[in-house]
Design a protein around this ligand. Structure first.
Ligand code: ZN
Ligand code: ZN
Length: 294
């Protein structure tokens, strides 16, 4: 395969802003030659849902069809806590999650990545079950939609759950519609949670664990972030690729792992002043790690 074709076949990209309209994310993605894209379909820090008008949807679809981006995923609102300790928070979270899945359905986005939540005053066990039930609620309310939900592994900051593969598996065990459920690994989060992927040996061990506990086939998205804080710190601070505690090798292990060829790999690192410079650098470095391109 020629170099250009190979680059096009790899699902590698970044989270992009939708400022100015959802469709504008494709222009941003193309400027740095993304083949995979993640967006927020609404403001991630606000509860209120903007109306998705037929015009918005049409503009989005036109841009999507013209774009070289092959995989689009959405990231759910940060406010959603699917194990919210109060009825009010839980209801709001569940409804917001249902609305997110519905927006994705309307836009033709096949996957929503979400954080499982924080157990706050609740027992951990109880919270894991509640998240599973919330996912069931959302799946039932959006029955028949071709949208899967993907639980993102967390750094385990504060009382957030889902920072180890066992907790993710436990949440999954409560979900009825397993074919509508997946997992998103965030490299910064798993590293902060204590999974050492900095050496090939460590990477192989972590992935073997993931296979045993969660199942590789359930991995639907990978977030590519280096980590500012050390292994096991439980602090979630993203760093540019190769400039943090994980280092570039780990990203090479993933990029050259055939098992993950069809899994979108998405940067969530700071953009830099012009909005593109750092993505260009990070994506350039990542592409240089792909063995078939050397
Ligand atoms: Zn996330
Ligand atoms: Zn992430």
């Amino acid at each position: 395969m020629k170099e250009k074709e190979l680059i096009k076949s790899i699902l590698l990209g970044a989270h992009m802003s939708v400022a100015g309209g959802l469709y504008t994310a494709f222009e941003r993605a193309e400027r740095v030659s993304c083949t995979a894209l993640q967006i927020f379909t609404k403001n991630s820090n606000q509860w209120n849902d903007p109306l998705l008008t037929p015009e918005n949807i049409e503009k989005y679809r036109v841009a999507r069809n013209k774009s070289k981006v092959k995989a689009v995923v959405s990231h759910g609102s940060y406010l959603i806590n699917l194990c919210g300790a109060t009825d009010k928070l839980l209801d709001r979270s569940r409804n917001s999650f249902v609305e997110e899945i519905t927006r994705c359905h309307k836009l033709g986005i096949g996957c929503v990545v979400f954080h499982p939540g924080a157990h706050t005053t609740m027992e951990r066990k109880e919270a894991l079950k509640l998240v599973g039930e919330s996912i069931n609620y959302a799946h039932e309310k959006t029955a028949g939609f071709a949208v899967i939900t993907a639980v993102e592994t967390t750094a385990g900051q504060g009382t957030t759950i889902g920072s180890n593969f066992e907790e993710v598996a436990e949440i999954m065990s409560y979900v009825h519609e397993k074919n509508r459920l997946g997992v998103c690994i965030d490299t910064c989060h798993i590293f902060a949670a204590g999974y050492d992927i900095t050496t090939k040996r460590g990477y192989d061990q972590v992935m073997a664990q993931f296979q045993d506990v969660v199942g590789i086939e359930n991995l639907k998205v990978i977030h590519f972030n280096d980590a500012k804080k050390p292994l096991g710190s439980h602090i979630d601070r993203h760093e540019h690729i190769g400039k943090g505690r994980i280092g570039e090798s780990a990203f090479g292990f993933i990029l050259n792992d055939e098992k993950f060829d069809s899994v979108p790999k998405i940067l969530e690192t700071p953009k830099g002043d012009d909005g593109y410079k750092m993505d260009l650098e990070n994506l350039g470095l990542l592409r240089s790690l792909i063995k078939a391109l050397k």
